[in-house]
Write a protein that binds this ligand. Structure first.
Ligand code: HXC
Length: 257
């Protein structure tokens, strides 16, 4: 697959996707979202890849939806917009997605961060939902995911005022898992992704699914899903291998079955 708006590389079970529209601060236009969603669908079938890192590179993660593209859409255009479909495809990716964030993650950029499962931020990262300044509101889950992630007071402050938060605040609020120096953001995210890529893939997939379910369901339904997935894993060879390796005091060799 060849892409115009993203770059890819892979090593040790990890695919790294770099958003590549530097002239527009990696603004997320329709093509970029489509290319990212297409790529992730392809990776779904690639058993060599156990986790994906998404980054904007050293300076900017993404400054939001492409405002210039958005400006051309009237209400009917927004209603028929293909982007919500691509966002959904990204959210449905079953393998771990790890964001490595340096610089601005604004609007759709912050929403892309929240589509990821783990966020590693450089101490230069800035997160924000500035849509209010454009007379709109977040449109890719920002109101719903932000409040579930950082809680009501901070989510309200960010969405209603458009003010950004820094990496330290994002860490204490739970939006970010770790903060590092900007030079190490991608390296640390990749290292973590490689660690996850070595784990049993079916267990990783079911763990991600169960954790995400907690965002959208009541406790009893979530516990039921967890129990069913826990039971299902008892039928996998990787579970036998993991337990046997523990007993035999050796490293497990997981095969994804
Ligand atoms: C299109 C953008 C852009 C964006 C920056 N650029 N953000 N183009 N869409 N979201 C372009 C600028 O036009 C400019 O190109 C170049 O990137 C550099 O930007 P500058 O503004 O010159 O840089 P700087 O002064 O350093 O300010 C950086 C910034 C600012 C703080 C990130 O650009 C900014 O506020 N951008 C908009 C952020 C925003 O409002 N995001 C929310 C978008 S709405 P040119 O060619 O002009 O020099 C959204 C809704 C989500 O995300 C809905 C999901 C469906």
């Amino acid at each position: 697959m060849t892409f115009e708006t993203i770059k890819t590389s892979s090593a040790k079970g990890v695919l790294t996707v770099t958003l590549n529209r530097p002239e527009a601060f990696n603004a997320l236009n329709t093509l970029l979202l489509k290319e990212l969603a297409d790529l992730l669908e392809q990776v779904e079938q690639d058993h060599e890849i156990g986790a994906v890192v998404v980054t904007g590179g050293a300076k900017v993660f993404a400054a939001g939806a492409d405002i210039k593209e958005m400006a051309a859409l009237d209400a009917v255009g927004v209603m028929n917009d293909a982007r919500p479909k691509h966002w959904r495809r990204i959210y449905q990716f079953s393998k771990p997605l790890i964001a490595a964030v340096n610089g601005y993650a604004l609007g759709g950029g912050c929403e892309l961060v929240m589509h990821c499962d783990i966020v590693i931020a450089g101490d230069n990262a800035l997160f924000g939902q500035p849509e209010i300044n454009l007379g709109i509101i977040p449109g890719a889950g920002g109101t719903q995911r932000l409040i579930r992630t950082v809680g009501k007071p901070l989510a309200m402050k960010m969405v209603l005022s458009g003010e950004m938060i820094d990496a330290k605040t994002a860490l204490s609020a739970g939006l970010v898992a770790e903060v590092t120096i900007p030079e190490k953001t991608i390296e640390r995210a990749t290292e973590l992704a490689q660690t996850i890529a070595r784990k049993p893939p079916i267990a990783v997939r079911l763990a991600k699914e169960a954790l995400l379910k907690a965002f959208e369901t009541d406790l009893e339904s979530g516990l039921n899903l967890e129990r069913k997935s826990f039971t299902l894993l008892a039928a996998t060879e990787d579970r036998q291998e993991g337990i046997a390796a523990f007993m035999e005091k050796r490293k497990p060799n997981f095969k994804g079955c």
